[in-house]
Every structure is written in C-alpha cells, then in structure tokens.
Design a binder for this molecule. Structure first.
Ligand code: SAM
Length: 760
C-alpha cells in the first residue's frame, strides 16, 4: 500500500524530507499541512474554490471543546439550568493578556439545547479561575454520567436515527461509545420503561471494554455489548426460530478520519489517498451487512469522520445499487440550524503508487485504472487484488439522490468534518433479505458491469473472482471476501449443553472456544436468594424477578445479579454467547455484601448506584426513606458517621431499621451554609450497627459535593486494617466491587479512550 513514511513518534521535518523522493513533502504535525491532501481535495471540488482558504484555515485551528448534557436522566434540565445560572455568568468576563473570551455557548441545532461548546482555548481554561472551576464541574459530572464530552458533529448520527423506546437497535462499530450513549438515552427517555434493546458491537476486544466503561455511566437493562466483525455480524435467532431484525442500525464505520484533523494532528503527516481506497471495501461490507439485518421499514444511518467520497458517497452508491428496496431519506428539515452540504454525485479516484514517487495518479474510471495495473504502473499485487469498480461513481449515480447525504465542513460552524446519511428500507420485504442472505455469496464481491454500463439499472451481477483491495491491518483471519465466508447463523443457546449440542437439530454446533468471557444464565425466579431480596426491598409485581442473570453456567446467585429486559433475555437464552461473543449484558442490579456476615443482616445484597434507576421504580414508595440535606452533609463529610451525628428525625428513623442496605432520598433544597441540591437524589445507604454510610464511590461523592456545596467537603476514609474491612467500612467494599468488574473482563484493564477516540 502506498503510504507516506510514518515516524514512530511523529515525523520530524528532516525525517520526512529524507524519505521523500518524488517531491511529496510530508510535514510535521506542527505544520498542519500536507500537499497531497490539498491536491486531492482541491481536485474533488466538494469544497468550493473560493472557500478553500477558509476551509484550510479552520482545519488548522484548534477544535472547540463540546459536550452534551445526557438526556435520559430526569435531571438533565436541572444540570442544564445549573450551567446556565452558575457557570455561564461566572465565565462571562474572562480576559487574559488583553483578550476577552466568551463563556460556554449552547449549540443551536442540538435538540433541547442540551449541547454546549467552549471556545476558550485550553491555555485559558487552565489559567482562569472561573474556567478552572467549570472544568472541575465538567470532569465530575462526566464521571457520574450527567455529561458526555463529544464532538459536535459526532452527535448527529444518533439524532437522525430517530430511536424510540421500543426499538431493537444495533450499533455496529460502537467503541468508544459516545453515539452508543446517545442511543441508550433515546431508548430510555424520561420516566418510561423501555422494551427496546441495543446491541453495541466492536471488533476490537479491548475497545469493547471502553464501551462497557462508557455505558456503565448510563446503565440499561436493554443493552448487550458484543465483540464481532460487523461485516460478518451473525444472524441472531429468536425463541420462535425466526431471525432477529433491527428497527434501527448505526454503521459508524472505521475510516481514514481526515475529518478529525483539528484534534488528531498526527493525521496531517500520515494522510495519503491510499487510506480511503483501502477502507472502501470494509466499509461497504459493513454497510451491506447492516442492510441485511434491518427490518423492512427500518432505518439505517451510515457515517464516517472522513471527507473522502471514496469512503462516503461511493460506499453508499454501491450499497444502494446492490440491494434493492433501499433509498436515501431526505433529512433536510431535520436539525434546523445545522449548516450542512449536500452529498456529491461526482468524485475522482487517485492512487499514490510507490513506483511513481507517491505522486498522485488520477483515474477517470475503473478501466483506465486496470490498464495501468496491467502495465505494471501500480502495485504488483493489484494485478490480482486492487481497487474495486465501486470506488468510482456508478453510471446511474444521478438516480441515487446522493444529494440527500450530509457533509459537514469545519468552517461552516467551527466543527470537525463529518459525513452522514440515512437509509430507509422499504416496508415490503425484498428479494435479498435475511432469510436467503446467509446462503448467497458474501456481500462485497466486486460489482460488475451493470453499474458502469450506462443502463442505470440497480440490479448487479457478482464478479466471479474478487478484485477488491482489502486493508491488511483491518482484515481478520478469515478472508471475508472468500466464498466460504458466508454469515453464520447463531443457533445454539445457553440452554444447550456446554459442548454446544443442539438437541433440536441433532448436530454439534461449533462454539468459539477462544472467547474467554464467563457464561450467562438466568437465576430461577423462585430461587431462595431472589425471594430474600424481593422481601427485603419490597419489590412489587412489576419487578421482573425472572430476569436476573448471573455470569456462571448454573444460574447460581453468587456475587452479582444483572437485570435484563425480556428481549435481552430472549437473545441470551436462544443464542450461544460465545458465537455472539457477548462481553456484557444488562445492568448490575444487586451485589452481594460479603463482609456483612452478622446473623442480624437478613439480606446480604445491596443495590449498587448503577442499579438504582432500574430497581427503585419497582419498590414500594414507603421503602424509600427521606432524609434531609444536613444528613447528606454528614454522610459526605465522614465515611462512616455514627448514628448520633444525624438529625433527630433520621436517628429515630434508623433506630427502627434492621441492618443492611436501605434506599434513601434527599429532597432538593437549600441550607443556610449556601448548599443547594437542585434535584432529589436517591442513593443506596448501608445501615451498620453504629453508623451509616453512603454506598457510592469517592468520585461520585466528590461530584455531588461540588454540585451542592461548590467545593469538595468529603474527607478521606480511614486506612484498612491488615486489608480486612471492619463492619463500618462498607464503602471500601463498594470500591472493591469496581475492581471485581475488572476481574470480570479478564485482565483487560486498559479501558481509557485514546486521544483519537475522545468524542469521536
Ligand atoms: C469511528 S470508530 C467508532 C466510533 C463510535 N461509533 C463512537 O461514536 O464512539 C470505528 C470503530 O470501528 C471498529 N471496527 C473496525 N473494524 C470493525 C469491524 N470490522 N467490525 C466492527 N467494528 C470495527 C474500531 O475498533 C472502532 O472502534
């Protein structure tokens, strides 16, 4: 693959000049320049000539920080109001070295004005006290899931997906999960019980744990995280034997990422035409698989953070031509206030062959490219494998309504660059739907003849042998383009024997023995432990006691009980979890409090803070105990305050309570010391023999304190004695449970998003 030489830690000017034989200077990231990039996009014409300077200048400038107030929380509005009433005024008159900087501004096109942009540069944020305070607020609220740092343009695809609470959704390339979070929010709007599901998938195992981490801030009983190649996403079976089809699919595919040049500076030096060319096939295979998995009438959003038509319109055009019954949806009236450019219907294709000194070579069409390949002007391996015909505009390109695609150019609204479009599947099932899809050739064999024959026909033949360049780095072990790589149906389930023997079929199904996650099984609804916690928390009939799941083969409630909804249960019970490569499912609803071995503790389970939203709505109202803001102060100031430290009302209340986990509500209000709790707060608390403690971790406590008192009033807890927690040290147990989550993920502890991922 023709590429610019890449320095290990970022190429220096000298390095790159030395490596440059044909006059293609690759600059250091600091230069924010790449002449190949300029030539390529100036030739594409999608940035009008008279806007080139503005486009380029914007790309070379720093990207503003943007974030969203998460929408599924009842208190999203309260948090938004807090920003408006406290932080906007406090940052309104910031001046540094004679320059005035604006306060955070609401992004005009984001629904409910729940998204914000900070234009002040990082240097100013670091130096100015009001911005520093705002930054601390942002970090804390992001940790607890009230805010999500995300690039503005990256917020668009989930908004166009139009998710409702009953939808069955698939996020095919989901990590690190900023769009996944938006889909979860849309599935769980304020105060409604969602019956929908989201499968968030990524082919990179480590990155699926970023997803688990990210979605842990927005717990949902309708969530499954999987680790599969999206282009071969398996057919999921339902209990009636039918395949599961999705109402909504997001294909936010891997891409060359030149739309992120403002924050991923290393792309300046690495950029080359070959990257987009090599990604085209994978992107197309992912999109085609998504189309097969969509239900008739369903909606599919395809997006990239690349400007390149080869990764954008070319993929969409080839997909539309290959699958009848799909059309591009006109979303021009959606998201008013968002400045967007129409998708293009003509584009050019270039390569940068090494033999030509990496000079850009333009090909008008597939045939001229093949001639060059045969004449030895391109790479030797291109004789067998090279660019597919689908990277060029098809002859019927004008019939495809590609202008309905959206391209976001940075200088329009001071954002990153992005491409997005919405595909709608016709209501009536078409010939190539899921039922027969598994038996046909893999989706992206290069597409022959008809597209380029001028007929304008949407029917396509498959070529006999693949002529598709596949990015080596992205390719899995099995070549997905080979005829053997049909998409496997997942038919064995957790109900079957561990050997994967399917009694219905009388044949053995292969399991993925290399997949090292623990199994999933449901605890019997009449299990004694379930009965104990139903009695203890006074859970009503509305609580689905049959939907508590554990991570062991036998359904034993040993350490953690996860709650799922019915559709997730159906998927888990009818499909082999190793074939689906399920990394996590549901929400952590109950955790065993093992240090509490006293006989007086009737129920040894507690609700972790992530389970509160799913458990509390099913409790009898009187089981949620009210406490005052002054009690909250005591609980934050001390880790295990003795009962005598609390208000007389609270002392009377707890004296009547047995030992164990109780759920408390602190009413919104104010204190004479200036504290203000803007919304009711429901939290798990442990009633020990002589003390009380909040069952939330230190970071959550600090954030709560910052929000309510404007400062961190939490004091550090006492050190452990020989590692053994005392009865009062329950809060330490809370943190230990978090490390147990790391055990669950089997050694994958590197879950921090990289710079490139942030807000992608
Ligand atoms: C652009 S990022 C997705 C960003 C994500 N949607 C978000 O909003 O946070 C592309 C992701 O695709 C994943 N990926 C690459 N090849 C894939 C494949 N064949 N199947 C599924 N995921 C893939 C990468 O690991 C990467 O996490």
């Amino acid at each position: 693959m023709a590429r610019h030489k890449r320095g290990r830690g970022g190429a220096t000017k000298k390095d790159t000049r030395d490596s440059n034989k044909g006059g293609w200077y690759v600059n250091s990231p600091a230069d924010k320049n790449n002449s190949a990039f300029d030539e390529y996009y100036q030739n594409q014409g999608m940035v009008p000539e008279d806007e080139w300077e503005a486009f380029k200048a914007c790309l070379q400038s720093d990207l503003p920080t943007t974030f969203r107030v998460t929408g599924s929380r009842a208190h999203a509005e309260a948090i938004n109001d807090l920003i408006k009433s406290t932080h906007v005024p406090s940052t309104s008159n910031v001046e540094l070295d004679g320059v005035k900087y604006p306060p955070p501004m609401q992004i005009p096109w984001y629904p409910g004005h729940l998204a914000w942009q900070i234009s002040a540069p990082k240097r100013v944020i670091r130096k100015s006290e009001p911005f520093k305070k705002f930054q601390r607020f942002l970090v804390g609220e992001t940790e607890v899931g009230n805010l999500s740092r995300q690039e503005a343009v990256s917020m668009i695809p989930p908004l166009l997906l139009d998710v409702e609470s009953h939808h069955i959704c698939l996020d095919m390339c989901a990590a690190p999960g900023s769009k996944t979070a938006q889909i979860i929010e849309a599935l769980n709007p304020h105060h409604t019980f969602s019956t929908g599901m989201l499968i968030a998938n990524d082919s990179d195992y480590k990155r699926t744990h970023m997803l688990v981490h990210q979605t842990g801030r927005l717990p949902s009983k309708g969530l499954i995280v999987t680790n599969l190649d999206a282009a071969q996403f398996p057919t999921i079976k339902l209990s009636n034997g039918q395949p599961l089809l999705f109402d909504r699919i997001l294909a936010d595919v891997p891409c060359s990422g030149d739309g992120t040049l403002r924050k991923n500076l290393e792309i300046w030096s690495k950029w080359g035409a070959a990257d987009a060319n090599s990604l085209h096939s994978l992107q197309l295979r992912i999109l085609l698989r998504a189309m097969n998995l969509l239900r008739p009438g369903g909606r599919l959003v395809y997006s990239t953070c690349s400007f390149n038509p080869v990764e954008d319109e070319a993929v969409v055009a080839a997909a539309l031509n290959s699958k009848p019954g799909f059309s591009l949806l006109d979303v021009s009236t959606h998201l008013p206030g968002l400045r967007r450019r129409a998708g293009v219907s003509s584009w050019k294709v270039a390569t940068q062959p090494e033999s030509g000194g990496r000079k850009m070579v333009w090909y008008d069409n597939y045939d001229s490219y093949r001639e060059a390949v045969e004449a030895g002007k391109e790479r030797d391996k291109d004789v067998k494998k090279g660019l597919p015909r689908s990277v060029w505009p098809p002859n019927n390109v004008k019939d495809l309504n590609l202008e309905r695609c959206l391209r976001l150019l940075p200088h329009d609204q001071d954002t990153g660059g992005f491409f997005v479009c919405v595909l709608q599947k016709a209501d009536k099932p078409q010939a190539s739907t899921l039922e027969n899809e598994d038996s046909v050739l893999p989706d992206v064999l290069p597409i022959e003849a008809n597209v380029a024959d001028g007929s304008g026909s949407t029917s396509l033949k498959r070529a006999r042998s693949p002529v598709v360049e596949e990015p080596e780095a992205k390719r899995g072990k099995a070549d997905p383009l080979s005829a053997e790589s049909t998409v496997p149906a997942v038919t064995t389930g957790v109900v079957m024997s561990s050997e994967g023997h399917d009694p219905r079929k009388g044949k053995k199904e292969k399991r993925d023995l290399g997949f090292r996650e623990d199994p999933y099984s449901y605890v019997k609804a009449d299990h004694e432990e379930i009965g104990t916690l139903i009695d203890w928390f006074k859970l009503k009939e509305t609580f689905s006691r049959g939907n508590l799941m554990v991570r062991n083969e036998y359904g034993d409630p040993l350490r953690t009980l996860y709650l799922t909804n019915d559709i997730v249960k159906e998927v888990l019970e009818n499909n082999d979890y190793t074939r689906l490569r399920i990394v996590s499912a549901g929400v952590k609803a109950f955790v065993r409090q093992d240090s509490q071995t006293r006989p007086e503790v009737v129920c040894k389970w507690r609700v972790p803070s992530e389970g509160i939203g799913e458990v509390v709505p099913h409790m009898n109202e009187e089981e949620v105990r009210d406490m005052g803001l002054e009690d909250l102060k005591v609980l934050l100031e001390e880790q295990y305050p003795p009962v005598e430290r609390f208000s007389p009302i609270t002392q009377t209340l707890v004296n009547d309570l047995p030992l164990g986990n109780i759920i408390v509500r602190f009413k919104s209000g104010s204190l004479p010391d200036g504290a203000h709790l803007p919304m009711d707060l429901i939290s798990p608390m442990w009633r020990a023999k002589t003390s009380l403690s909040l069952l939330i971790d230190k970071r959550e406590k600090s954030t709560l304190s910052l929000r309510t008192w404007g400062e961190d009033i939490c004091k550090p807890g006492p050190p452990l004695k020989n590692g053994a927690p005392r009865e009062e040290e329950v809060a330490v147990e809370v943190d230990k449970t978090r490390s147990a989550e790391v055990d669950d993920v089997r050694g994958v502890v590197d879950v921090k998003p990289t710079l490139a991922d942030e807000g992608s």
